[in-house]
Design a protein. Sequence first.
Lengths: 291, 781
Amino acid sequence: MIPGPFRYRRVRSVDEAVALLSQLGTDAKVLSGGQSLIPMMKFRLAEPSYLIDINPIPGLDFIEERDGMLRLGALVRESTLERSSLVRQRYPILHDTAEVIADPLVRNLATVGGNLAHGDPANDHPATMLALRAQVVARGPNGERVIPIDDFFVDTFVTALQPDELLTEIRIPAPPPRSGGAYLKFERKVGDYAIAAAAVFLALDEARRITQAGIGLTNLAYKPLRAVDAERALLGQQPSEELFRHAAELAAQATDPVSDLRGPADYKRAVARTMTLRALRRALERAQANA
Amino acid sequence: MTATAVRGIGVPVKRKEDPRFIRGKGTYVDDIKLPGMLFMDIVRSPYAHARIKRIDVSKALAMPGVIDVITGEELAKANLAWMPTLMGDRQMVLPTDRVVYYAQEVAAVIATDRYTAADAVLAVEVEYEPLPPVLNPFEALKPDAPLVRPDREQKSNHIWHWEAGDKEKTDRVFQEAEVVVAQDLYIPRIHVASIETCGCVANYDPATDKLTIWMTSQAPHAHRTVFSLVTGIPEHKIRIISPDIGGGFGGKVPVYPGYVIATYATLKHKKPIKWIEDRSENLQADSFARDYHIHAELAATRDGKIRGLRVHVVADHGAFDAAANPSRFPAGLFSVCTGSYDMEAAHIQVDGVYTTKPPGGVAYRCSFRVTEAVHTIERMVDILADELGMDPAEIRFKNFIQPHQFPYKSPTGWEYDSGNYPAALQKALDMIGYQELRREQAERRARGELMGIGISTFTEIVGAGPSHTFDILGIKMFDSAEIRVHPTGAVIVRIGVQTQGQGHETTFAQIVAEELGIPVEYITVEHGDTDTAPYGLGTYASRSTPTAGAATAVAARKIREKARLIAAHLLEVSPDDLEWKDYAFRVKGAPDRYKTMQEIAFAAYTNFPLGLEPGLEAECYYDPPNLTFPFGAYVCVVDIDRGTGQVKIREFLAVDDCGTIINPMIVEGQIHGGLTMGMAPALFEEIVYDENGTMLTGTFMDYLLPTAVETPHWKTAKTVTPSPHHPLGAKGVGESPTIGAPPAIVNAVVDALSHLGVRHIDIPITPAKVYRILQEKGVAE
């Protein structure tokens, strides 16, 4: 459990981080919360030559609502997100998510930005961000760009971030009236990755028709998954148990899990259906309470 | 002296050891730092079975900071490539030609720091020629199976065959029986996973010619003897210190190769050598528990009277038979598997088998295979109840050994000392509201919900053991205590057993406090250093209180007898005119004339009668006349989620009877911990190998220890049936909940599904396993 040799640099600004990344390229890894990276280094599954520690950068831990967007700085800790009253009241789906990530010790250090930038389909925030249609802000040597979440996850542990880019912010559209979301995770024990988890966001119009539907799924494919067919089946419909069962079935069909110690693939697909169905019900409850 | 001041037996005294642990001031092996200390790390096999063609250490040796790389070839020259196991087998320390399990020790790097040692491990080049792994013990027994141990004379993977009970009588009972039920049960391989991994600091001092080893040992004296026999160093030149131990649970009874290599290295380099396993090494290569493939049959009358039990076990012991059972019991005390039930006959057979896995068969908090025994009988009784349409509580009441039958001779030869099984079960059923739960279950079933109630009424067997039957490598399984009362009445107690969380420093002080009338805070308990502690066989199998606890009480009583002579001298009466009452020697008929132990102790050094030796000390080596048989009645209530297969323990009640209770708070803590460690293999823990024999559960991400979140609120209660032969009436308790909990949980889950035709589920009962059953039965959501 001892990592290989590496060099360590602390940076105090985004510019400094980007400059170092440009210089070092793929030899460098960004250290944010370190809750995935450090264990991987201890098992020597990752052996970066350089760690660029972005924790000293001031002002990257904001949680604020501005211009119709919730903005989360890349260094917002999961525990901060979990305790934020703004998040709890306006974005309960994010609160649901933060609350089930690993354990309290991990959440005290782990960051939202790291959770996305790691590109791990087993991580919890990707599904939530897919359901919420979030945007990822990245800074590189040529300035800033905004990446829609649908373009962000490329492959297992691979994102749209370039080696010389730093994830700086996550933007989430503010919830319209009559909307609600929920994240439900089923795990073998606390701290484990999900057997299956579902993030659901729903918005209704005045006639109780579904105008927005977002469904993201955790640990059910080689990359974080959006259940597009299930979303489409919901749009324009009035919510009903029958409709939700149909959508949950479509979501399960979209998955492509692998068999492992968490269970065989068909079991994971079944749990995906159950989690989606239950998250749909809870999202609807919240949307109705939000009328 | 009042009972309030003494705080002896029965008082929930706060643990004396806790202030140092809570403040982070404990001293564990890894806290030992010596000048000039070198660090050892181990190269491990990536194959379960392979021939070693070549080991090239040159690149590792060339690294700055690397002092040495030790291989099996070098150890062979010192006759140390193999070591004896506690079970009379032998085990590789480092291999000379082949490896027989994944993560087996292949070579050891010695370096000036831990980081360099870890880097150098990767620089040791080993060329392997993979051989077919042998992973299933049934396959291993086939004539064409690859041989795991060609070093043995016997050219098969069969290790030993062991039997208990009366075959002929049992077969006859089965032939005549009105009802026979049979079931295959598999209890998978699990790991003790103590929070502190294993390790040592070995230090040979050429100036004194003495070898000192700080090591994570549950049995330091026995280990000193083994080290002496292995190395040829005389026993008085070896000192083993077992400092604070972060959990043992049976995993720190065996001697692991790392200890021997570190010892060899300190003798060679004359510098202290530290070796500490990391978590994965501990999970992958240290000894394992369970791995029992059981076929069990019960014979009964149609009205539910059990007549006989027949069991055949195929036991997977891995590549070396390195369990730590008493020598005459290769299957431990498994033959206690007739449990709490009176029956005419039983016949038990166990076959030990080699496979290409790390050594198995250590007693993981289960007093030598009693978990397997209890699981077998408690499951079989439920299966019989299901066959006969009887209530699981009713069938137990019908078959219990009755209170008047004690001492009870079991069909496999054990003499149960005491018990009152019906009282314990009745108490449990009343407390949990059994009838009401059954009504609720019927209502829920009608609504399609899955709820189950499980009962386990187990009998434990602890306190090994009487010298006529119990020894380890010939050393009888007595235990010891030595007590010194100082002039001011302060006491030091040294015991032959070694605490790893059981609270010995508190409970053994309470025994002495009670026997001598000295307040518990004036009593210090020491253990774990072979230079100072009396010889003992160590702490495992819930044996400390039955053996060393008895030794402590007897030694204290010897002191009291001497104190009587001194008190008589001080009070100027005949010793016969004194009685020990209210923690003092009092003149019969004149209780106001008395001497306390403090007064007597001072006199023992200042004013003792002529002709009497000064001082106030005693020791006792206690050879227990029998084992003790704690028991309990557990009830578990579960709900099953039809959408995920998840089992939720709604309620769990444990009624335990461990005889006289010395410290009720410590006993309750032991029961909480034990129940959690019993729930773990029932629902979570399992060591898994892939088809190549590679271990897939080498981290805590994959080997699932439950946390507080998964642990239900345990409800506990007690009955007290003292042991008639133990000086205090005490039994043992550490392992009762670990053996009693798993069948209660499994019985509850099976009960929840029994109306669908489910009769047995092997542990661990994972959500995936339950969901598949729900799908098969058409009730999955």
